[in-house]
Design a protein around this ligand. Structure first.
Ligand SMILES: *Cc1c(COP(=O)(O)O)cnc(C)c1O
Length: 500
């Protein structure tokens, strides 16, 4: 068995001791006072503190070791393969960081006058043009702070547009393979959600779509490629069916990593879509965020975009336009997560059109390489070709009592972050794997070896898998309690009170 050492980092002496404090230690030394002493209570009033409560008392090296050690307890895309399907956990190029930390950009204030914000405005303008070009759409807002936020913005645009025509309509159609944020978005935007079946190939079932599309339907929210990693080949026909009834087509663009440089949703009849800059365009994700979820749309939706939009003045200068009577208003303070816009533009410009197309091809190739090497070990519920991610099921392993979650836990012992477990919901016991283009063949081979050897263990030693992980500080956590009652910050330990 080839457990990779790199990610275990277990120092036998360190155990699980988190608290390092012991009385009287400190990590500072101040020079002798060379000014008259002031009574803190006089200077600060009630804000003055005479003791520091239960703050930890540690030396400088203990602090350094504490935080350095904690940083090694995590697993990130800088540590190894992070095949979390649907999340596109790709490498965050460091050149993005260099660009976004330039003083004039990182230090810019959102209320500084337009005259001295021309650089920042130009960055947003150029990024806007790139996103419009990549998707084949007409207009954009960079404001939304994440994918789900982009969805809400997009559906609010559709609502405003339909309202301007006299009737916002009642329903949004959503395929059963959709991400959970889609129905949540539709509901928050005031629509009833109607489920749309997938066919045996894992695509939207056209006869069902025809039967369900009527004058009550505001839009269909489709993900393409969908969460099975399957390209919805009938996308143009789907758009036609909706448009014929006056409904619009929303595309969840979270999976654009499979399309950039190859196909443009705008050319296939999509009316509005969001992108996740923190997926497709390599800006940091999750704890490293914040996210960014720009929305691109067709001309008919442009008057409703959030304010402000960037315009060019007759003298060539860029400016924010707030005078847009049909706008849905703001969806976020200021202009979006500006630092992420800088990073995404740095990524796009560093790659150029050819580089972006290559990225897409490599992402799809990597997913198909994994698919080819693992079929036979894990069941493939849909035979339809795979794009940037591949979905297996645990069907072959359940006869030994092993489920997708167990296989994922065992993967941790092999030094990999788990794939996405139990999603999409239409695949019972799903293993959803998205390697992205970031990975080398060597890293993919290590992952494939690990997955194959786990499949073998499921036959020969199911207990080993069922009790995994074995190499981590803590084994199986109570995930429900962790989610419901999270402990998100350190608090001083309770001192045993003398009077109790
Ligand atoms: C990630 C994702 C979303 C949500 O994006 P966030 O940025 O996490 O809000 C929506 N749909 C799909 C298909 C996704 O993969």
């Amino acid at each position: 068995m080839s457990i990779r050492k790199a990610t275990t980092h277990v120092n036998q002496n360190e155990g699980l001791i988190f608290e390092k404090s012991s009385p009287g230690k400190y990590a500072w030394k101040l020079p002798e006072l060379d000014v008259p002493e002031v009574d803190p209570a006089k200077a600060l009033g009630t804000a003055a503190r005479s003791d520091l409560g239960n703050m930890p008392e540690v030396s400088e090296i203990e602090i350094i070791r504490h935080f350095t050690r904690l940083s090694t307890w995590n697993y990130g895309v800088d540590t190894g393969l992070y095949p979390l399907g649907s999340c596109t956990m790709k490498y965050n190029p460091r050149v993005n960081e260099v660009a976004s930390r330039m003083e004039g950009l990182a230090g810019a204030h959102p209320y500084q006058p337009e005259k001295i914000s021309q650089g920042g405005l130009l960055i947003m303008k150029v990024l806007s043009k790139c996103l419009i070009e990549i998707t084949g759409m007409d207009a954009v807002t960079l404001q939304p702070a994440a994918g789900a936020h982009g969805e809400l913005t997009g559906i609010l645009l559709i609502r405003a547009y339909l309202e301007s025509k006299g009737n916002p309509r009642q329903k949004i159609l959503i395929p059963d393979s959709a991400h959970g944020t889609n129905p949540a978005t539709a509901a928050i935007a005031g629509y009833a959600v109607e489920n749309l079946k997938s066919n045996a190939a894992g695509m939207v079932d056209i006869p069902s779509l025809i039967a369900q599309t009527n004058e009550d339907v505001a839009a269909l929210m489709i993900t393409n490629p969908n969460t099975l990693g399957v390209f919805e080949r009938e996308i143009a026909k789907i758009a036609e069916i909706l448009h014929a009834k006056g409904a619009l087509l929303y595309m969840d663009g979270a999976n654009m990593n499979a399309l950039v440089g190859k196909a443009r949703p705008g050319d296939r009849g999509v009316d509005v879509m969001h992108m996740n800059l923190h997926k497709t365009f390599s800006t940091p994700h999750g704890g490293g965020g914040p996210g960014s979820g720009p929305v691109v749309c067709r001309q008919i939706l442009e008057p409703f975009l959030p304010v402000p939009v960037i315009v060019s003045k007759p003298n060539g200068a860029l400016a924010f336009d707030y005078d847009r009577p049909q706008s849905i208003g703001r969806v976020r303070a200021f202009y979006g997560n500006f630092g992420m816009l800088v990073r995404a533009l740095a990524y796009i410009m560093a790659n150029g059109p050819d580089g972006l197309r290559q990225t897409t091809e490599d992402a799809v190739l990597n997913a198909n390489y994994i698919r080819k090497k693992l079929e036979g070990c894990y069941e493939l519920p849909y035979a339809t070709p795979t794009m940037h991610e591949v979905v297996f099921s645990d069907h072959l392993q359940t006869k030994n009592g092993i489920k997708t979650g167990d296989i994922a836990k065992r993967l941790i012992d092999y030094g990999f972050h788990p794939y996405t477990v139990s999603f999409p919901l239409i695949v019972h016991g799903a293993l959803m794997i998205e390697p992205t283009e970031s990975e080398s063949k060597e890293e993919l081979d290590l992952f494939i070896d690990a997955m194959r050897s786990i499949a073998e263990e499921c036959e020969k030693d199911p207990k080993l898998v069922l009790e995994a992980p074995h190499t981590t500080r803590v084994s199986r956590l109570d995930e429900v309690t962790a989610a419901r009652k999270p402990i998100l910050r350190w608090k001083p330990q309770q001192q045993p009170a003398a009077a109790d």
